[in-house]
Design a protein around this ligand. Structure first.
Ligand SMILES: Cc1cc2nc3c(=O)[nH]c(=O)nc-3n(C[C@H](O)[C@H](O)[C@H](O)COP(=O)(O)OP(=O)(O)OC[C@H]3O[C@@H](n4cnc5c(N)ncnc54)[C@H](O)[C@@H]3O)c2cc1C
Length: 419
């Protein structure tokens, strides 16, 4: 419980709650549009802490392919917001902040320095030079309507009066915070929160399955998500076996659906297609060649130089083969068994690594309550939303930051235009 007082410690045209990607971006956009007074309230001791960690310290800030299928959320909202602040406009704004960009072969966009810290510095100096006021270690714990303004109450007992508020507190991903505390400010305002859950998160596998023997093995493959016996999603990319289960880009991208279905108590399996690029005929030809050529070698040599060796061995063992046998024991029925299973090496998903290890939060502020053109709350005038707090999330590849930039832009411009 906080003991509130009624002094006002600062008054601003626009108050931005959360000094992360969307909040700082929106402060810059707002200042460039009109010279209003803008303040950022940030609970941490520094702004943009999460951005520093993005893309393994390189900051994958957007993607060449912004096709809506890379996002989860209301498609009309996504289309509206992404068309108002496209990737081109985003990169122009970054160019003016001193960030040149490069794209990798998968369309991922990074600062040319490959340093997330350069994005942080550009945003931080960009906001400071424009006269944005920062209040760090200032967690907003209550929002009250005072006449036609908002009174923001902070945990350090400061109060701020703001004509417009942009709510950009991000999500629970990467945090230890309790859900009820994180959303209290919004719930007190009667705002609907769609049940949050971690996305882009590592998956835990059934302990009795042989994933631990492949710990540290990486493989480019296909991953099929199987829910209650039905294949529902396919993703190609890297997997990485770990001592708790499985990670890697392909796994992160199917994790949202996996977690959602685990939460609904469904049976979740992942089927690994070890050779997604090869047809059954091609695999049969290669196996036949190997049986002929290396018949007197131990069976563990079968996939040598073809599939990651340890993964190949564990796969064969899972089919009941004995590694002390020679390759030439394989008969036609064995070749068929290998081919029948090589596209669906199955593992049971039991859990996930939670919000603390997730890259993004699914769920959040219900978009039904927002005006798509302005990101203003339909019932609470002058309150805008941006970033991960909104019930929108994206795949791994720069989509979550693009949503943060685009929604930050739209909310800032809408807030400024109403002055
Ligand atoms: C390890 C990791 C790597 C990632 N890599 C990528 C990547 O390469 N590309 C990509 O697109 N996405 C990536 N993401 C996701 C991306 O970082 C987020 O989606 C994005 O930062 C969301 O922006 P935001 O402004 O909504 O929230 P944030 O950037 O999280 O900022 C929210 C800010 O609000 C503050 N805050 C919260 N509550 C309050 C309060 N009540 N009062 C005051 N301040 C408050 C928080 O301290 C925080 O600083 C990654 C995430 C993680 C965890």
């Amino acid at each position: 419980m906080y003991a509130y007082h009624n002094n006002v410690d600062g008054e601003f045209d626009i108050g931005i709650i959360g000094g992360g990607a969307s909040g700082i971006f929106s402060s810059i956009v707002a200042k460039d549009e009109k010279n209003l007074s803008v303040a950022i309230f940030e609970s941490e001791d520094r702004i943009l802490k999460k951005v520093l960690k993005t893309g393994n310290g390189k900051c994958n800030l957007t993607n060449k392919d912004l096709c809506l299928s890379n996002f989860q959320g209301n498609p009309i909202l996504l289309k509206t917001v992404l068309s108002k602040c496209s990737q081109g406009l985003t990169l122009d704004i970054f160019k003016n902040l001193g960030i040149r960009v490069v794209f990798d072969e998968n369309g991922k966009c990074f600062p040319a320095s490959y340093q997330a810290s350069s994005v942080v510095d550009s945003l931080r100096f960009g906001a400071l030079k424009r006269g944005v006021k920062f209040y760090t270690e200032t967690e907003i714990v209550k929002i009250e309507k005072k006449d036609d303004k908002f009174l923001l109450r902070a945990d350090n007992r400061y109060n701020f009066l703001c004509s417009k508020v942009i709510f950009s507190t991000g999500g629970l991903a990467g945090l230890k915070k309790k859900e009820e505390n994180f959303f209290r400010v919004l719930k007190d305002l009667g705002i609907t929160i769609n049940k949050p859950f971690p996305a882009l998160v590592q998956l835990r596998l059934l302990e009795s399955e042989p994933f631990k023997s492949m710990k540290g093995c990486k493989w480019e493959c296909g991953v099929i998500l199987n829910i209650d016996g039905n294949n529902t999603l396919v993703e190609n990319g890297e997997i990485l076996f770990t001592n708790y289960g499985i990670s890697g880009n392909a796994i992160l991208n199917i994790s949202r659906e996996a977690v959602k279905n685990l939460n609904e108590n469904k049976k979740v399996k992942i089927l690994i297609d070890l050779l997604p690029e090869m047809t059954d005929v091609e695999i049969k030809d290669e196996l036949t060649f190997r049986i002929k050529k290396f018949g007197d070698y131990d069976l563990e040599f079968l996939f040598n130089g073809w599939i990651n060796k340890r993964i190949g061995v564990i796969f064969l063992k899972s089919l009941g083969f004995n590694m002390n046998d020679k390759i030439n024991i394989l008969k036609e029925k064995d070749v068929k068994k290998i081919i029948d299973n090589i596209h669906s090496f199955a593992f049971t998903v039991t859990n996930h690594n939670g919000f603390l290890n997730a890259q993004v939060m699914a769920g959040g502020v219900s978009v039904e309550e927002l005006d798509f053109e302005t990101l203003q709350h339909k019932r609470i005038k002058d309150l805008y939303f941006a970033g991960e707090i909104v019930d929108v999330d994206g795949k791994s590849g720069g989509y979550n930051l693009q949503w943060a930039w685009s929604s930050g832009y739209v909310s800032a411009l809408s807030a400024v235009k109403s002055f």
